[in-house]
Design a protein around this ligand. Structure first.
Ligand SMILES: [Zn+2]
Length: 176
């Protein structure tokens, strides 16, 4: 199809007389190429009609910098609050032990050693139990149960990584 002179007119944004306009209209009715060209021209003209306000780029950069500073300050305060509350909670938890220790050091030490021994023997017993289980379980549980358990764990892992991925992809934009 011959797009001339219509393509020329559209590209140069020519002012048309009534005859030329009629010719163009009849061509546009059968030509997708020039119809698309017309649409593009209209879009470009409407975009050109709204120029950015003077100093837009500078204001945008200033706002961006201010936002960065505010965010840094917010993060700093968050860390301070976290540390303070952590310290308060820790001292609140530890306080009874410290007081008990300072009032009766020897007795507290004995209790502490007793706790430690109890803890250690418990861990040891648990480890032995687990070893026995590990030795016995494969013989008791049929293979397809293992398949179900392993695929379930894999599914959970996948779910976890997906949710982490979505969490870290939060949109980071600058509101106007
Ligand atoms: Zn055409």
């Amino acid at each position: 199809m011959n797009h001339q002179p219509f393509e020329e007119w559209l590209l140069n944004d020519k002012h048309l007389n009534p005859t030329e306009k009629r010719e163009l209209d009849s061509h546009l009715r059968v030509c997708l190429h020039c119809t698309a060209l017309t649409a593009t021209g209209l879009a470009l003209r409407s975009a050109r009609a709204v120029p950015p306000a003077p100093g837009f780029a500078m204001r945008f950069q200033q706002r961006l910098a201010a936002q960065k500073i505010a965010e840094r300050r917010r993060r700093l305060w968050g860390i301070i609050v976290l540390l303070l509350s952590g310290g308060v909670l820790f001292s609140w938890l530890v306080n009874p032990y410290v007081r008990a220790f300072s009032s009766a050091p020897v007795q507290s030490l004995t209790v502490a050693v007793g706790y430690f021994l109890y803890f250690a023997t418990s861990i040891q017993a648990l480890g032995e139990t687990l070893l026995v289980f590990a030795r016995v379980l494969p013989n008791i549980i049929p293979p397809y149960i293992w398949m179900i358990i392993i695929s379930g764990l894999a599914g959970f892992g996948l779910l976890g990584s997906v949710s982490i991925w979505r969490f870290t992809r939060l949109p980071q934009g600058v509101s106007s």
